[in-house]
Design a protein around this ligand. Structure first.
Ligand code: ADE
Ligand code: ZN
Length: 326
């Protein structure tokens, strides 16, 4: 079997995908036209040409501009359904979607509008493709903890539909400890906890995410390699890392895929998974991430199977609800 077919036939979970990061320029323009929203680009081609990033912030500036096209429940539904269709083709059987409510509520979109649309797509994906899913609310770390609390307040009536919380946006200068009280409250509410850490930020942010926020998985985490004691701990505790190789290259965390540390982390015994992050911006969905990384690093099929299995094991589906593929 060729590599493409092998990768797509592996049952896998996607644990790190920002639903706003699946907004392809074609849909962005269609929604902007339908909703009367002005975009900073003149065409789909000009938009794609602008996707030359120098770091995380240079990406986030465009990502938030693009997300402005999303206004109505139907927009969020269509966005997520398009993602699920691609994910299904890539062999995804379970997806845990990040969403950034503060990006939308700041523009006057109601919190419930976002969740209604996403949840309707999740239900449709289960029926059409048998994909199970979960929603993870991400707090924007460039905003204050008080703004995070205000968002949590808006989320309270929707909490049965939200399985976890995460922390994303500009990492440098915004350590996880800034959100200690907010995440303590989220833990009391019984939410699962994850956080982006060690993408651009130092290994100390990963330690903070573990000790202060008490995360169950680390999003990215690739800079853990700079701290051997931390690597040992992550191996010992089998904390999953949701690694996003194409994202890391696009945002200049590594100069190219051949220099990515994923294989070294995997062979050191870390619970590594492969994910797409913001596939509309970074040049590929989850299967593309698997295939290009396998080719660049020479991952064996046994290693690819291990990575897919790690993703299923690290999902937030409780043991009692797991289907045979889990
Ligand atoms: N929001 C969307 N993608 C992100 C990433 N890769 N890092 C931090 N925040 C994000
Ligand atoms: Zn991310």
């Amino acid at each position: 079997m060729d590599l493409e077919h092998f990768v797509c036939s592996l049952p896998k979970a996607e644990l790190h995908v920002h639903i706003e990061g699946t907004l392809e320029p074609e849909m962005m323009f269609e929604l902007a036209r339908r909703n009367g929203v002005a975009l900073p680009w003149k065409s789909v081609e000009e938009t794609r040409a602008a996707y030359a990033f120098t770091d995380l912030q240079s990406f986030l500036d465009l990502y938030y501009a693009g997300a402005a096209a999303l206004i109505h429940e139907r927009d969020f539904f269509e966005l997520a359904l398009a993602y699920f269709e691609r994910a299904h083709a890539d062999g995804v059987v379970h997806a845990e979607l990040f969403f950034d409510p503060q990006t939308h509520t700041a523009r006057g979109v109601a919190f419930a509008t976002v969740v209604d649309g996403l949840e309707r797509a999740c239900a449709e994906a289960q029926v059409r493709w048998g994909i199970s899913s979960r929603l993870i609310l991400c707090f924007l770390r460039h905003l204050s903890e008080d703004e995070g609390f205000a968002t949590l307040e808006q989320a309270l009536p929707q909490l049965a539909r939200i399985h976890g919380v995460g922390l994303d946006s500009s990492e440098r200068g915004h350590p996880p400890a800034k959100f200690a009280r907010l995440f303590a409250r989220c833990r009391e509410l019984g939410l699962h906890i994850v956080a982006h850490a060690g993408e651009e930020g130092p290994p100390a942010y990963i330690v903070d995410a573990l000790d202060v926020l008490k995360v169950e998985r680390i999003d990215h985490g690739v800079r853990c390699a700079e701290d051997p004691a931390l690597v040992e701990r992550l191996v010992r505790e089998q904390v999953a890392l949701t690694v996003c190789p194409l994202s890391n290259v696009k945002l200049c965390v590594f100069p190219d895929l051949a220099q990515h540390n994923l294989k070294r982390l995997l062979e050191a015994g870390l619970k590594v998974t492969i994910n797409s992050d913001d596939p509309a911006y970074f040049g590929g969905y989850i299967a593309r991430n698997f295939i290009d990384t396998a080719r660049a690093l020479g991952l064996s099929r046994a290693q690819l199977k291990r990575i897919a299995r790690n993703s299923l094991e690290a999902s937030f589906v409780p043991e009692s609800l797991r289907t045979p593929w889990l």
